[in-house]
Design a protein around this ligand. Structure first.
Ligand SMILES: [Cu+2]
Length: 150
């Protein structure tokens, strides 16, 4: 391979391996404190995307057996939540997780989430790859939303 071709191939490889993680930023990651005996906790954040469209494929945390991607849907006037395989994060846009909407569901938490603690979460994006975030545990709501009791 001559030098020009090598340079071309090398620059293409460099392009492909650019640190895509820099394209995705996690803003205000937080979780709700949990009531005694609770098995699940909700996590929220804004996924800011400066690059091409991406997808959040999965999440995991040492604080719970698993972390599911949930959305809320209206079902005959009743709010229900269910798991989805991924969240679509639009190009040069954002995807927001918030109470009453999309949220991370920490399932089978290993101990209660206490206000003021931080919960480490590893997020896996289709393009950006692994992104780590620390979820700050906020207040326990006056009453847990019914949707959290599943
Ligand atoms: Cu949920």
């Amino acid at each position: 391979m001559n030098a020009v071709r090598f340079a071309l191939v090398f620059s293409l490889l460099t392009l492909v391996s650019l640190p895509a993680a820099a394209q995705v930023a996690i803003e205000r990651p937080w979780a709700r404190a949990t009531a005694p005996g609770a098995r699940v906790a909700g996590g929220y954040m804004v996924i800011r995307n400066r690059g091409a469209a991406d997808r959040l494929l999965s999440a995991s945390s040492p604080a719970s057996a698993k972390v599911e991607l949930h959305v809320h849907v209206h079902d005959n006037g009743v709010m229900k939540m269910h798991e989805v395989p991924a969240y679509d994060v639009p190009a040069k846009g954002a995807f927001e997780l918030k109470p009453g909407g999309a949220h991370l569901m920490f399932v089978d938490i290993k101990r209660p989430f206490k206000e003021g603690e931080k919960v480490p979460v590893k997020l896996k994006f289709e393009k950006a790859g692994a992104v780590n975030a620390e979820f700050h545990v906020g207040r326990l709501g006056g009453t847990a939303p019914p949707a959290l009791r599943h």
